[in-house]
Design a protein around this ligand. Structure first.
Ligand SMILES: Nc1nc2c(c(=O)[nH]1)N[C@H]1C(S)=C(S)[C@@H](COP(=O)(O)OP(=O)(O)OC[C@H]3O[C@@H](n4cnc5c(=O)[nH]c(N)nc54)[C@H](O)[C@@H]3O)O[C@H]1N2
Ligand SMILES: Nc1nc2c(c(=O)[nH]1)N[C@H]1C(S)=C(S)[C@@H](COP(=O)(O)OP(=O)(O)OC[C@H]3O[C@@H](n4cnc5c(=O)[nH]c(N)nc54)[C@H](O)[C@@H]3O)O[C@H]1N2
Ligand SMILES: [Mo]
Length: 770
C-alpha cells in the first residue's frame, strides 16, 4: 500500500508485524473474554518470555494500595475486594512493558536512523525496553549515548535560547502519573507557556467541553456502584471487549440482575453479545456465558445525535398523556432551557431523525421505551461519540436526554464517559490543559510563587500546525507516540522534522524517535510496573480513573535498566536546566513525592489532605459538584442545549469512514495482525464495508481497494491496496484501523466545537484497486 505523498517510502512499511499467514476473515461467534482470551494471553506470555514475571505481576495489579495500577485503560478497579479484576488486554499491556528484550547502545550503533525508518512500527517497539539516554548525531545518522546531565543541558539550552517560551510545546500521553503531571505543567508555566497538548485533545476533548457547558464539570458523575444499581445502561460508540474489557464484568452483572443493556454502535461489537467473565472461575470451568446486551441498534456513523434526539422526542410525546414520563420536579428545580429544548424536539421531524440516524422510528421507540421504563439510567460513551465534528453537541444531547428524567445526582444514574489512557483524566485534573481556568492559575501562582501565563496555549492539532510553520521549535513528548497518533501522517512527520529539537520520554522505541527534529533526544524512563527508588525510599505515584477515583500505584519490578530515571526526575532535570534561576525546589520534590503531593493539595480542588487520603484502602473520590446537584454553570443550573441536527448522511457515491483499534493493539502499539472478535487474522490493511456497498462498486470479498478521502478544504489523500471485508455495518459506512488510516485524516479537519481531529467520520470514496 502507499500514500500519495513524498513520504511514500516512510509510510510504506506496515505498522503491524509481518503477517504469519494469509489474510483470513471468519465471523466470530464465541463469547467475549473467557477461554479465547485466556489462550491469547498464554501465547503472548510465551512470546514475550514473561511466563514467570507476567502472572506474578498480574497478581499485584490493581490491588488495594500495594500494587501498580493497570496501565491498560482507565476503567475503575473493582471496589468489592475482588482482587482479580483483570483482563486479557491489561495483561498484554503489562507484559509488553515487562519484556526481557532491551535496546541498548549496541543496537543504535548497528542501525542508522535512516535504516530504522524503514522498519515496521511493530519491529521498532518489539526491540524491547530503552536503556539509556541517546542523542541524535546528524554526522553519522545514528543515535549515540549521552549522559543524563548533558541531555538535560541540551534541553535546557534549547529552551533558554528561544525568543519566547511559546516556541516550545509539551505533549502528554495519558499514562503520566499525577505527581509527574503536576511538575510538568509547573515547568511549562514557569517557563511561560500554556502549550500543553495532550492525547485527550484527540480523545475526549469534546466530552469535557460538553459536560462543562451542560453541568459545570468536565467529567462523568457516576461511579462503579452506580453501574451496579442502574436499571438501564446505554453504551454508545465503544468497543468495550477490546478497549475497556473490565466493563464486561459490569455488563454481565447488570444482565444477571435484570437490567436493560442497550448498545448503540454501527458495528455489533463483541461486548454487545455475550461474555464469559474471566475471573469467575465457575463460569470459566463450565463455559457459562452471560448475555451482555438486551438491545442492539446500529445507527449510521455520526447518527447518534439524531437517535438521541428521537428518544427525547418520544419521551416528550409520551409525556403529553403520561406526565410521569418526565421528571418535572427535577427539571423545574435544577435545569435551565427546558422549554426551548422541548420546542426544538417538536420542530425536529421524525423523517429527519430517521434519515440522519439511519434507524427506523420503531427502533428508536424501542430504545426510548427502555429509557422511559427505567428508574435509573446511565449513558456511557467513548470515541464513537467524541471524534466527530459535532462531538460536543452529541454529548450535550446525551445530557439533555438524562435531564428529562432526572437521571443525575442520584444513585444508578448519570453520564459516564469511558476514558482512554489509564491516567488521561488525572492529567487534566492536575493541570495539563491548554485553556486553564484563571482560578487554577491564581492558586498555582500563589502556592508555587510563579507567574503563569494567562493566554491560552496550543493543543495537539495546533501544535502540529505551529511546528510545521516554524512557530514551535522545541517539542517535548512526555510518553506517547505523537508521530503516529496525530492526524495527517506526512504533514505531522514534516512538522516534527521542522523542529530544532524533539525530545521523547519513552519506554520503548517508536516512530516518534525516527521521525525527529534537527536535534533529537530519547530519554528512557521507568515503567509503571517498576520500582522507583529515590532518596527517601521507594516512591509511589497516583492516578485517577474514569470515575474520578484517585489511588496510589507502586511498581514492584526491578527497573529494565539501572540508567532509567523516573518521569518526575526527568522533568525536574529538564526544569533545572531550563530555569537556572527557578526558586522551585525541583530536587527536593524528587527526593520524596509526598512533597509534590503536599503542594498539589494546596493548588488542586478536591485534593485536600492528599497524602493521607490517597493511602486509604481504595484511595479517594474527587468530589463532583454535579453529582451533588451543584452546577457551576452560568445559570447555576444544568443547562439544556439546543443544537440543530448536523447533516451526517454521506453524499451519493461516498462513504463515512471511522478509524478504530483492533483487538490486538494499544493505540500505536501493535501486538499482532489479528482482530479476534471481528474475525480477522493476518491483516491490518483492511476496510470493513457493507456487502451492498461492495457489490455496487464491484468489490469482491477480500478484494483490493483504493480509498480516497476528501477534506473540508477539498484536498485529497489516499491509501491503496487495502482489502475490503464484507461486514455487518450500515450502508454508507466503512471502518478500518488507526494509526494507519491517519494518512487519510487532514490536519485541518478538526471539529470546530472541540478542535478535536475528526477521526470517526472521514469522507471517502472506495473502489477496486486501480
Ligand atoms: N486494548 C486496548 N485498550 C484501549 C486502547 C487500545 O488501543 N487498546 N486505547 C485506549 C484509549 S486511548 C481510548 S481513547 C479508548 C478507546 O476506546 P474506543 O472508543 O472503543 O476506541 P475505538 O477502537 O476507536 O472504537 C470506537 C468504537 O466506536 C464505534 N463507532 C465508530 N463510529 C461511531 C459512531 O458514529 N457512532 C457510534 N455509536 N459508534 C461509532 C466503533 O464501531 C467502535 O466500536 O480505549 C482505551 N483502551
Ligand atoms: N485515526 C485515529 N487516530 C487516533 C485515534 C483514533 O481513534 N483514530 N485515537 C487517538 C487517541 S484516543 C489517542 S489517546 C492517541 C494515542 O496517542 P499516544 O498516547 O501518543 O500514543 P500511544 O500509542 O499510547 O503511545 C505509545 C508509546 O508510549 C510510550 N510509553 C509506554 N508506556 C510509557 C510510560 O510509562 N511512560 C512513558 N513516558 N512512555 C511510555 C512507549 O514508548 C510507546 O511507544 O491516538 C489518537 N489517534
Ligand atoms: Mo485515547
Amino acid at each position: 500500500m502507499s500514500a500519495n505523498s513524498d513520504e511514500q517510502e516512510r509510510l510504506e512499511p506496515n505498522v503491524g508485524p509481518t503477517p504469519e499467514g494469509n489474510p483470513e476473515f471468519r465471523p466470530y461467534h464465541h463469547p467475549a473474554a473467557g477461554w479465547g482470551a485466556a489462550k491469547s494471553v498464554s501465547r503472548f506470555l510465551v512470546r514475550e518470555g514473561a511466563l514467570v514475571d507476567g502472572p506474578r505481576a498480574i497478581m499485584r495489579m490493581n490491588h488495594e494500595n500495594t500494587g501498580f495500577d493497570c496501565p491498560g485503560c482507565a476503567w475503575p478497579d473493582d471496589t468489592k475486594g475482588l482482587h482479580l479484576d483483570i483482563c486479557e488486554n491489561g495483561i498484554k499491556h503489562v507484559t509488553w512493558e515487562m519484556t526481557r528484550k532491551r535496546v541498548g547502545r549496541e543496537f543504535f550503533a548497528a542501525h542508522s536512523v535512516t535504516e530504522l525508518s524503514g522498519w515496521s512500527d511493530y519491529d521498532l517497539e518489539n526491540q524491547g525496553r530503552l536503556t539509556e539516554p541517546m542523542v541524535y548525531d546528524p554526522d553519522s545518522d545514528h543515535y549515540v549515548p549521552i549522559s543524563w546531565k548533558d541531555a538535560f543541558e541540551v534541553v535546557g539550552r534549547a529552551l533558554r535560547e528561544l525568543d519566547n517560551p511559546n516556541q516550545a510545546s509539551f505533549y502528554t500521553s495519558g499514562r503520566l502519573g499525577n505527581e509527574a503531571t503536576f511538575l510538568y505543567q509547573l515547568m511549562a508555566r514557569e517557563l511561560g507557556t500554556n502549550n500543553l497538548p495532550d492525547c485527550s485533545n484527540m480523545c475526549h476533548e469534546a466530552s469535557g467541553r460538553a459536560l462543562y457547558a451542560s453541568l459545570g464539570t468536565g467529567k462523568g458523575t457516576v461511579d462503579l456502584q452506580d453501574w451496579e444499581t442502574a436499571d438501564a445502561l446505554f453504551i454508545l460508540g465503544v468497543n468495550a471487549a477490546s478497549n475497556a474489557p473490565r466493563m464486561l464484568t459490569a455488563l454481565a452483572e447488570a444482565y444477571h440482575r435484570g437490567a436493560q443493556i442497550v448498545h448503540i454502535n454501527p458495528l455489533v461489537e463483541a461486548a454487545a453479545t455475550r461474555t464469559i467473565v474471566p475471573h469467575d472461575f465457575t463460569d470459566m470451568a463450565l463455559f457459562k456465558t452471560t448475555r451482555t446486551s438486551t438491545l442492539n441498534l446500529q445507527p449510521r456513523i455520526g447518527g447518534d445525535m439524531a437517535l438521541l434526539r428521537g428518544m427525547a422526542k418520544a419521551i416528550l410525546e409520551q409525556s403529553e398523556s403520561d406526565p410521569k414520563a418526565l421528571d418535572r420536579e427535577f427539571i423545574d428545580r435544577h435545569t435551565a432551557g427546558f422549554e426551548e429544548y422541548r420546542a426544538l424536539c417538536e420542530a425536529t421531524s421524525w423523517e429527519e431523525i430517521e434519515h440522519q440516524s439511519g434507524l427506523s422510528r420503531d427502533d428508536i421507540l424501542k430504545a426510548a421505551r427502555v429509557y422511559g421504563e427505567a428508574d435509573r439510567s446511565i449513558v456511557s460513551w467513548c470515541l464513537g461519540i467524541s471524534q466527530h465534528e459535532h462531538g460536543v453537541d452529541t454529548v450535550r444531547e446525551i445530557v439533555n436526554l438524562l435531564l428529562l428524567r432526572g437521571n443525575l445526582g442520584r444513585e444508578g444514574a448519570g453520564p459516564s464517559p469511558v476514558r482512554g489512557h489509564s491516567n488521561v483524566q488525572g492529567n487534566r485534573t492536575c493541570g495539563i490543559d491548554h485553556r486553564p481556568e484563571d482560578e487554577f492559575l491564581d492558586r498555582l501562582a500563589e502556592v508555587c510563587d510563579i507567574q503563569p501565563p494567562r493566554e491560552h496555549g496550543l493543543d495537539t492539532v495546533h501544535t502540529v500546525k505551529a511546528m510545521h510553520s516554524g512557530d514551535v521549535k522545541v517539542f517535548v513528548g512526555m510518553g506517547g507516540n505523537f508521530a503516529l497518533a496525530a492526524p495527517d501522517t506526512p504533514y505531522t512527520y514534516a512538522a516534527l522534522r521542522n523542529c530544532d529539537l524533539t525530545v521523547q520520554v519513552s519506554t520503548k522505541l517508536n516512530r516518534s524517535h525516527v521521525v525527529h527534529g534537527r536535534r533529537a533526544l530519547i530519554l528512557p524512563c521507568l515503567g509503571r510496573t517498576e520500582k522507583d527508588h529515590q532518596r527517601k525510599g521507594i516512591q509511589s505515584t497516583s492516578v485517577e480513573d474514569s470515575m474520578s477515583m484517585v489511588h496510589l500505584s507502586i511498581g514492584m519490578k526491578r527497573p529494565a535498566s539501572s540508567h532509567l530515571l523516573s518521569e518526575p526526575a526527568i522533568i525536574a532535570g529538564m526544569a533545572r536546566a531550563a530555569l537556572p534561576d527557578s526558586a522551585t525546589p525541583w530536587d527536593w520534590y524528587i527526593e520524596d513525592y509526598d512533597r509534590i503531593r503536599d503542594t498539589m493539595a494546596q493548588v488542586l480542588d478536591g485534593f485536600e489532605d492528599f497524602n493521607r487520603r490517597v493511602r486509604l484502602p481504595l484511595g479517594f473520590r474527587i468530589k463532583q459538584p454535579a453529582r451533588e446537584l451543584v452546577f457551576l454553570t452560568p445559570s447555576g443550573r444544568a443547562e439544556f442545549s439546543t443544537a440543530v441536527l448536523p447533516d451526517v448522511v454521506p453524499a451519493p457515491g461516498t462513504l463515512a469512514l471511522g478509524t478504530m483499534r483492533s483487538h490486538d493493539q494499544w493505540n500505536t502499539t501493535i501486538y499482532s495482525d489479528n482482530d479476534r472478535y471481528r474475525g480477522v487474522k493476518n491483516l491490518r490493511t483492511l476496510v470493513f464495508m457493507n456487502r451492498g456497498d461492495m457489490r455496487e462498486r464491484g468489490i469482491a470479498d477480500l478484494g483490493p481497494v483504493d480509498i480516497t478521502s476528501t477534506a473540508k478544504d477539498g484536498s485529497q489523500r489516499s491509501l491503496s491496496g487495502y482489502l475490503a471485508i464484507p461486514y455487518n455495518i450500515p450502508r454508507g459506512c466503512a471502518a478500518g484501523y488507526m494509526p494507519e488510516m491517519n494518512v487519510l485524516c487532514a490536519l485541518s479537519d478538526y471539529s470546530t466545537q472541540s478542535d478535536q481531529p475528526i477521526m470517526k467520520h472521514v469522507k471517502v470514496t472506495i473502489g477496486p484497486a486501480a
